[in-house]
Design a binder for this molecule. Structure first.
Ligand code: 5GP
Length: 238
């Protein structure tokens, strides 16, 4: 596999072409941003942890029958993935109230829902990723009805799998964000990453936040929290 030119640089990752038009290399950075890029910083070692953790979790999801873009871990920061056209929707699943849900509806963090919720944001930095409903996503041509149903179904299946994986490790999965992509044949697969950048993960016993909220909210111990959650997953063993 030959690494070719960089084709994209995002807030936390760079993407490179390869000599195979169907495959890309993703390279994870230590850069951290929050609040639509207003807050910037570095979390030393984050790129390595997010790469390893995302790959370990995607492998587990594949085993559970959820198709993902993961192909092969190339190094501690780089992974070979299938090229997709990203569906411009952030798919957010919540098991417990927190973050923008608590703010929007004026409720405290920590309310355990009877059923998980699924919501979409329109992936658009200029607009600040606004909340969007199914019919608006359809009206804007962001996805078809069938794709939206598939995405919701996969998102809830991912939630069930991840909740179980984390529960076995003494961690509560509060909420998370997924992104999906289309293969050239139109098939929808899970893309992007699953990491402490994109999930809220609380220690089940103490409630300690083991995710990017430590950076967003200046709680301190950011690097230590990333290292601890990686240790809990034991992703080196996969
Ligand atoms: P909230 O909407 O409460 O801010 O976020 C809900 C969940 O989705 C959290 O786990 C958060 O990490 C994730 N999330 C939502 N939007 C983004 C985003 O733009 N980038 C990242 N990395 N995660 C996000």
């Amino acid at each position: 596999m030959e690494k070719r030119e960089q084709i994209y640089e995002g807030k936390a990752k760079k993407v490179y072409a390869t000599d195979d038009p169907d495959l890309l290399i993703v390279s994870y950075k230590d850069d951290a941003t929050a609040f639509n890029g207003l807050k910037k910083g570095t979390i030393t070692g984050k790129g390595v942890i997010n790469n390893r953790m995302s790959n370990a979790l995607m492998k587990k999801l594949e085993e559970a029958g959820i198709p993902t873009h993961f192909v092969e871990e190339l190094s501690e920061r780089e992974t070979l993935v299938r090229r997709v056209a990203i569906v411009p929707l952030e798919v957010i699943v919540r098991n417990i109230s927190a973050g923008s849900f608590s703010k929007r509806y004026g409720v405290p963090e920590g309310i355990v829902f009877d059923e998980p919720t699924v919501e979409f944001s329109y992936k658009n930095d200029a607009l600040g990723d606004p909340l969007i409903n199914d019919s608006h996503a359809l009206a804007l041509g962001l996805a078809t009805k069938e794709e939206i149903e598939t995405i919701k179904d996969y998102a809830l299946r991912v939630d069930r799998e991840l909740r179980q994986i984390w529960a076995e490790r003494g961690v509560t999965l509060v909420d998370f964000k997924l992104e999906f992509g289309r293969l050239p044949d139109g098939k929808i697969i899970l893309a992007d990453e699953i990491s402490p950048d994109t999930c809220r993960l609380w220690d089940t016993e103490t409630g300690k936040k083991l995710d990017k909220d430590r950076f967003r909210r200046d709680l301190g111990g950011v690097e230590e929290a990333y290292a601890e959650i990686m240790e809990r997953l034991g992703a080196r063993d996969y």
